[in-house]
Design a protein around this ligand. Sequence first.
Ligand code: FAD
Ligand code: DLZ
Ligand code: SF4
Length: 510
Amino acid sequence: MADKTLVFILGDQLSRGISSLRGMTKADTIVLMAEVSDEATSVRHHQKKIAFLFSAMRHFAKDLEKAGWIVDYVKLDARGNSGSFTGELKRALKRHKLSDVRITEPSEYRVLKDVEAWPETLGCTVDIRADDRFIATHAEFGSWASGRKQLRMEYFYRDMRKKTGLLMTDAGEPEGGKWNYDAENRKPAGDDLFMPKIPRYEPDAITKDVLKLVAKRFDNHFGEMEPFWFAVTSEQAEDALEAFVSDALPRFGDFQDAMLTGEAFLYHSVLSLYINAGLLDPLAVCERVAEAYAQGKAPLNATEGFIRQIIGWREYIRGIYWLKMPDYADVNFFDTHRKLPDFYWTGQTDMLCLAEAIGQTKREAYAHHIQRLMVTGNFAMLIGAAPREIHEWYLIVYADAYEWVEMPNVLGMSQFADGGLLGSKPYASSGNYIAKMSNYCKACPYDVKKKTGEGACPFNALYWDFLDRNRDKLGGNPRLGTVYASWDRMSDEKRGDYRDSARAFLETLD
Ligand code: FAD
Ligand code: DLZ
Ligand code: SF4
């Protein structure tokens, strides 16, 4: 009789159809899953994120066992737990006297390098299966990207629409005649809007055990673990998807970019953590949303906007990551080195937009896209924070953060640290944008209309100072031509005021 194979399932591979299990029989397989301290502390992840992942892993293991698989599940506090994937695999191979390993390719470069070394370090065979939960293969993205000077998401997205058939007519045209309805998706939200209630799931006995463990081992990590309400099984995540489709999707498009004090979620889906961990399949999520549109339950701008985020942005971001790693981790186009202010960890700042975005990040391990991009990301870029530290902050604080998706979003989209591979211009803005898209400024002690001096919104001077000090790098950007022309039209005195105000503010951060 041939030896069994050890199938190693990682914490973001919690999908019943995962490629590493496909084609295996229960009789010839031992599944290994392991909670390891290295993964929780390689950066010191938010407590809620660790609790979510451990609980989801334990529930998934139980599901597999119920379905008849043999699962060797190593808890964090199990005796002899080595604390690393490699160490746990080594111990399991010895325990079961096996030498053949199968694994779905890890989503992060760092882990892939470990896996590729296993034949040499552990003397086993390793069969690495493609992760086909993504729509584009590495080869497809590579051939799309090859020979292009600029890698713009929009063109890649159209290919993904054609590949999946999502929102395509029988004649092969985009539904409604346009590929992209983003222009309709920029409405600010009024304070009086009715907000859908996000579904919350009561911790069961498994989750309660995990909460105790995380409180004991990681209580010095960022963030509040309780109240803990995330879905931890695929059934619960499906329920969260259904709640989104019926309660929030119809207005998702309209208010996609809006921000409101005290409202962390607005009409967003809060599904990224479930999709990234494997509890929901991204294509199935899009198909469910397209079905709601076909049934007349969601408008086209919302449906297209949502589907674009997943088959467009999410796939494209992953493509960039694998195309550009490992060098991408070190990009620093503006050559900036400032330390992130302490209030990124405490949330304690008078600037209400930042206090809101960081405060809810501490509580919920969540902020929506515009908060990440135009509040915390924008501010970090304007002050010249070091890209590497910003990247680590985002990787730590969000429940959906894995390097493959977080890094290009942060270094490319939000910081322009790759010099424009991902975006055609930096997402830099003054307080004006935040005032337009939110109600934060109304209650902020700073005056968003005041440009410089005492009490002026710091974003205003920082914005112009950022453009001024980076003119050698950005001056030739055609999309910034009118902005630099406005700067040039200002009097010397006004420009001096902006520079002085920015300098005075930056000194308060030092
Ligand atoms: P919704 O607004 O409801 O969007 C629907 C889905 O689209 C999301 O669930 C997600 O799966 C997908 N999506 C939307 N935008 C993106 C994007 N730019 N890249 C990839 N997927 C996208 N997303 C992560 O999943 N992990 C991260 O670590 C992460 N870091 C980010 C850092 C920065 C600086 C920025 C600007 C964006 C980041 N994003 C990240 C993308 C996006 O902000 C989140 O996916 C989104 O806020 C998750 O909330 P949601 O599920 O309510 O999304
Ligand atoms: C994020 C994370 C954490 C905190 N802990 C674990 C863990 O203990 N065991 C595990 O299998 N996965 C964990 N993960 C997710 C992994 O970091 C993720 O699967 C890999 O980095 C993907 O390359
Ligand atoms: Fe943020 Fe400026 Fe508005 Fe205050 S005034 S909330 S600092 S943009």
